[in-house]
Design a protein around this ligand. Structure first.
Ligand code: PBG
Length: 349
């Protein structure tokens, strides 16, 4: 056949009407209709699965945008209270606030973390007074408060010191719990901090304050936008590889979780989220305790920026990514998409 003949209008392809294939099982039958797809669906995403991380700033401006996280703003305390009211209306169970601390208040040992009247403690009191029914999960770690941006105390030769840091974390956790935080979430990856914080809380009579441990937290490139949001990107000296986990490891994550459970963690977290679903799955399968994932700032930015650039359908990608956490066995997800997802799920009901 000549090239010209090939380019001419080809005959319409013949759909064979002949004998059906001899298949006893046709997987597509259950996928044929919406009602059937809904009926066989194995996992569901609900508002109860969402924990909303938000950023606080001491500012007269209600909101200041985070440039690397389009759609996410740092909030004044008043604005955070309004968002907490909105979250409660939407049925979001809990918020996870993080502070942008005035650089003038940062020092090498993160002293401001222990201040019972710091931005976080004031926000916790204000939110609890206005919206007592919403859960407040507050981070214990020193990075927003240290001049070098590390989660712990740094020695003169640049090492991050474990045991002195744990002592400060205990005082930070106590200040937050006394301000009204429901759950302390240590994200620092120091050894022994869960036991020490549990003991500190118990000794203060705060036996009902929960602990959600960032048990398997990896030294990840996906935290970039978060460090913009809390203002540690420019100041961070070096990296966090001497305390956060190596992305190559999973057995080590199991050991971390096992130790934190033994020390008294009520719930555990894996972080980041989507690239670490194997870890989520293995943690849930091994221990069966409440297991959460943090869909971190870089994951949010990837989806949101790709959507804004027209490369993907943002709403579908957001919902798909969150469903995948459920499929992997997570009980819930910390996600910056929380209010948007809650609005969509509420409208669908
Ligand atoms: C630090 C902390 C980090 C995040 C939560 N707590 C960043 C880090 O370890 O540098 C990251 C969250 C995100 O990227 O969304 N204690």
């Amino acid at each position: 056949m000549t090239i010209r003949a090939l380019r001419g209008n080809p005959p319409a392809p013949q759909v064979s009407q002949s004998e059906p294939l001899p298949l006893t099982t046709r997987m597509r039958r259950n996928r044929k209709t919406d009602w059937s797809r809904r009926m066989v669906r194995e996992n569901t995403l609900t508002v109860d699965d969402l924990i909303w991380p938000l950023f606080l700033i001491d500012s007269s401006q209600a909101r200041t945008p985070v440039s690397t996280m389009p759609g996410v703003d740092r909030l004044s305390i008043d604005e955070a209270v309004r968002e907490a009211e909105r979250a409660a209306r939407l049925g979001i169970p809990a918020l996870a606030p993080f502070p942008y601390v005035d650089p003038a208040l940062r020092d090498p040992v993160g002293s401001e973390a222990e201040n019972a009247h710091n931005l976080m403690c004031r926000a916790v009191r204000a939110i609890k007074a206005a919206v007592p029914e919403i859960g407040l999960i507050t981070d214990a770690a020193l990075d927003p408060y240290t001049s070098h941006g590390h989660d712990g105390v740094m020695s003169e030769d640049g090492r991050i010191l474990n045991d002195p840091t744990v002592a400060i974390l205990c005082r930070q956790a106590l200040a937050l719990a006394e301000a009204g935080a429901d759950c302390i979430a240590p994200s620092d990856m120091m050894d022994g901090r869960i036991a020490a914080i549990r003991e500190t809380l118990d000794n203060a009579g705060l036996t009902d304050t929960q602990i959600m441990s960032y048990a398997a937290k990896y030294a990840s490139a996906f935290y970039g936008p978060f460090r913009d949001a809390i203002g540690t990107k420019a100041t961070l000296i070096g990296d966090k590889r001497t305390y956060q986990m190596d992305p190559a490891n999973t057995d080590e994550a199991i050991r971390e979780v096992e130790i934190d459970i033994a020390e008294g963690a009520d719930m555990v977290m894996v972080k980041p989220g989507l690239p670490y679903l194997d870890v989520c799955h293995r943690v849930k399968a091994t221990f069966g305790l409440p297991t959460f994932a943090y869909q971190v700032s870089g994951e949010y930015a990837m989806i949101e920026m790709a959507a804004r650039a027209g490369a993907i359908d943002g709403e579908r990608a957001m919902l798909e990514s969150l469903m995948c956490f459920k499929r992997a066995g997570c009980d819930g997800v910390l996600t910056y998409f929380a209010p948007r997802v809650a609005e969509i799920l509420t409208a669908r009901r």
